[in-house]
Design a binder for this molecule. Structure first.
Ligand code: CA
Length: 424
């Protein structure tokens, strides 16, 4: 598929540095507010946020025939509900207006002042109202590492793992945007040698490096979405830190899976990169052996080459990169995840969020959680201030970044950054 807005020869009259995540070929969407003002839909370009509400009120988007109130919504859900042809037309129009060969906006200094805001003058918010949240477990390296640590290295994967994109239903209410602090959660834990459980702050707070896709088109109850149809149902992607309390998880997860160990918070990056912008970065996924059941089979390249990084920044110290991974490692792809989610007839809704599961690669530096990086705490990681980390400590900020790059074009996600405060 050729998409004009992806053309690598395009450049914008807005200054965009080569290291920026947000060149004219990206144009991710989010929800922002200026100081003391109500929220608006925005598009990121370089170090600026394009105020789409203002842009629409000045008439620049009139040909799209979108009700302008869509752009002053609290979330992107209303825009998403307009459907993929509108997402595409919108992105093409924004690309046109920001193109240096187009004079419409470029030549109007008053309008530029109204619509182009330095990003350090805005606050970003959760881009979508998440109705339902599903989290998968789709990295074979991650599942193998966890199975090796907690069960049997010879049989690290459970018998279902290569047949089912394993997942569970998470908690949508506690999904938060980047920049919101979390408090160390409390709960029940039980040490192996203890007779009874005890209650208190988690000792094993962990991040999970994930990406998440946002559902863009609904299906009717009873009507599954096939792998071939799945991509029409996906609006875009964000970075996702699926916080986990390992000691709480260990005690509670049998027989129904994780519960309070995961539901205290999950952090999402504020800019949604549309699937159209990621089109040039498709790659083939790993060979699935044994072959999967027919409803999970698919054609074409369904993985995406997206570089991922995790940093830990202790209080009053520099961030240290602890992980470099890539979304292309995923064993199960998004089309398979959505086909599996709906194969029983379950309906999905606009704004639903689907986490990939922890994204680990094969080498030790690519593991997507402290559980794996420190190998259950046996291999601590050094910080610049001389301290060590087995898991995440109070005062630490965990920062995840991601970008795809090809032909000199960098399509980035910005970051998701969350500071951990002491337990209340
Ligand atoms: Ca997870």
């Amino acid at each position: 598929m050729t998409i004009a807005a992806n053309d690598s020869s395009l450049s914008s009259w807005v200054l965009v540095s080569p290291e920026s995540d947000f060149p004219i070929q990206n144009l991710p969407m989010g929800i922002f507010s200026r100081r003391d003002e109500s929220v608006s839909v925005g598009v990121a370009i370089g170090d600026y946020v394009l105020d789409v509400r203002e842009l629409a009120s000045l008439g620049y988007l009139s040909a799209l025939e979108i009700d302008n109130s869509v752009f002053s919504s609290q979330h992107l859900n209303r825009f998403i509900s307009l459907g993929q042809p509108v997402w595409r037309a919108f992105r093409e129009r924004i690309s046109e207006l920001l193109n240096k060969s187009n004079q419409e906006l470029q030549s109007n200094e008053d309008h530029i002042k109204d619509v182009l805001i330095p990003k350090n003058e805005v606050s970003m918010h959760m881009p979508v109202r998440v109705g339902d949240y599903t989290d998968f477990y789709s990295s074979i390296e991650h599942a193998t590492n966890v199975g090796t640590m907690f069960r049997d290295p010879e049989n690290a994967l459970l018998p279902n793992w290569k047949h089912i994109p394993v997942g569970y239903h998470g908690r949508a209410s506690s999904i938060i945007s980047s920049g919101i602090d979390i408090e160390r959660p409390k709960g029940q834990t039980k040490a192996d040698d203890a007779e009874a459980p005890s209650f208190g702050p988690t000792r094993l707070l962990d991040f999970e490096l994930e990406m998440a896709f946002i559902l863009g088109k609904e299906n009717e109850l009873g009507t599954p979405v096939s792998t071939a149809e799945a991509e029409d149902h996906i609006f875009g992607m964000v970075l996702f830190n699926d916080w986990s309390a390992r000691d709480i998880q260990k005690w509670e997860y049998v027989p129904l899976g994780p519960f309070l160990a995961k539901s205290f918070a999950s952090s999402a990056s504020p800019w949604v990169v549309l699937m159209d912008a990621l089109e040039p970065f498709r790659v083939s996924g790993p060979t699935q052996d044994p072959p999967v059941l027919p409803y999970l089979q698919y054609d074409g390249d369904k993985n995406y080459d997206i570089n991922l990084e995790v940093f830990i920044q202790p209080d009053n110290s520099e961030p240290v990169r602890v992980c470099e991974s890539n979304f292309k490692y995923m064993y199960w792809n998004m089309a398979q995840q959505l086909a599996h989610q709906t194969i029983n007839g379950c309906n999905v809704r606009i704004g639903d969020l689907y986490g990939s599961g922890t994204i680990s690669g094969s080498d030790k530096g690519s593991y997507g959680s402290m559980l794996e990086l420190s190998w259950k705490g046996t291999n601590p990681i050094s910080m610049n201030d001389g301290s060590e980390r087995k898991f995440i400590q109070d005062g630490d900020t965990v920062i995840m970044k991601g970008h795809a790059e090809k032909n000199g074009i960098r399509i980035g996600f910005g970051e998701v950054s969350t500071k951990v405060l002491p337990a209340r």
